[in-house]
Design a protein around this ligand. Structure first.
Ligand SMILES: NC(=O)c1ccc[n+]([C@@H]2O[C@H](COP(=O)([O-])OP(=O)(O)OC[C@H]3O[C@@H](n4cnc5c(N)ncnc54)[C@H](OP(=O)(O)O)[C@@H]3O)[C@@H](O)[C@H]2O)c1
Length: 333
């Protein structure tokens, strides 16, 4: 534990929670940050990615180890101090990380084993908007099911953070994308992402429309990050031998999974988590190189990024939980 005193401590704005609950538990405060230890760097963060999972750690759906707890799992910034034994990073490097809890802060110390360099030409805001959501999109379109030309893909929450990137990546791989959204207002955002057909998630006649679009063949793969409200309906739209990839549950877990219905048409169900695909520094580099290359090749177009000041984290959580946000959301210290 570093012994902080006025000479060696740096002030950092941060969000704390002292208990789990609704967004009002997110408190804007100040921390004192010391010097990085062996294998660590101190980062001045320019942008922090907001992810749906942050709401789980805040609300109590997921446990946290101790209070005060600093939410957030990804950010991008500039290294301003380097500890001993660090060889691959230096002061002034632009870096980003995914899944290191404690991201809602202006300045923080992290180990380098989960850091990636942000390439020239990619802004820190883009990196914070892209890492977790882009890595997840890569896992979905390249690992869980390899999208190929001619595929018909169903993407739920197609205007959301992950959904936007899955849509764009699937389009670039030659798929036809059917997207669902939760409100009329989000249809335009989904269309701007490139979906070929967009539906309200609870619209009547969805199955009939999908049957027409797929000429009765059904869908190759469903990417479902919504869960409870979408899973059962999706199963009926998948072709024989197709796949359903349940990667999230923003509406809750599906109440009952009809395994007989899946078996009857040899439908393969996957429930992937990113951390099972990024297990070491090598796989992290592969995901980062591919995802940044996808951005730089233009397949995501201009990233849709909504910014909130870090001090407004409670508002950002509230907007995400009430389905008001589209695209990627970042918090700016
Ligand atoms: N498996 C993994 O490793 C992994 C990694 C990253 C993210 N995820 C999951 O991916 C999903 C998307 O994450 P994200 O950060 O990009 O969030 P997001 O999609 O930007 O936001 C969640 C979206 O879910 C939809 N939704 C449907 N019912 C909802 C409800 N009752 N409450 C709130 N939202 C509801 C909303 O879109 P509509 O209004 O358009 O329906 C909302 O915008 C989440 O479930 C997340 O946990 C999984």
């Amino acid at each position: 534990m570093l012994d902080l005193n006025k000479e060696e401590a740096y002030r950092s704005s941060a969000i704390h929670i002292d208990r789990q609950g609704d967004p009002s538990v997110l408190t804007y405060t100040e921390d004192l940050i010391g010097e990085p230890g062996p294998g660590e760097v101190r980062i001045r963060q320019a942008a922090i990615g907001l992810n749906f999972v942050d709401t789980y750690f805040r609300s109590g759906a997921f446990p946290v180890k101790a209070f005060p707890y600093i939410p957030g799992i990804e950010a991008a910034g500039v290294i301003e101090a380097v500890g001993s034994w660090v060889t691959d990073f230096k002061v002034g490097d632009r870096v980003a990380y995914h899944f290191i809890p404690g991201a809602y802060a202006e300045v923080r110390i992290v180990g380098t084993h989960q850091l990636v360099h942000v390439p020239d030409g990619v802004t820190l805001e883009e990196a914070a908007a892209l890492l977790v959501k882009g890595f997840t999109a890569r896992m979905l379109v390249k690992e869980t099911y390899q999208v190929k030309p001619g595929d018909i893909v169903l993407v739920h929450a197609a205007a959301g953070g992950v959904g936007s990137l899955v849509t764009k990546w699937s389009k670039s791989l030659g798929a036809t994308v059917i997207g669902t959204v939760g409100s009329e207002g989000k249809k335009q955002a989904a269309l701007e992402n490139g979906v070929d057909h967009v539906f309200l998630v609870d619209c009547e006649g969805f199955g009939k429309s999908v049957a027409e679009i797929t000429k009765g063949e059904g869908i190759n793969v469903v990417y479902d990050g919504v869960g409870k409200d979408t899973f059962a309906e999706s199963v009926g739209q998948i072709r024989k031998g197709g796949k359903i990839v349940l990667y999230g549950s923003s509406s809750g877990q599906p109440e009952q999974i009809n395994h007989a219905a899946l078996r009857a048409r040899s439908i393969n169900m996957l429930t992937p988590v990113l951390n099972a695909y990024i297990t070491d520094y090598e796989s992290l580099q592969t995901f980062a190189q591919d995802t940044f290359a996808a951005l730089q090749s233009g397949i995501f177009g201009k990233l849709a990024i909504t910014q909130y000041p870090l001090s407004q984290a409670a508002q950002a959580h509230s907007d995400m939980e009430s389905r008001k946000t589209t695209g990627s959301v970042i918090l700016v210290p």
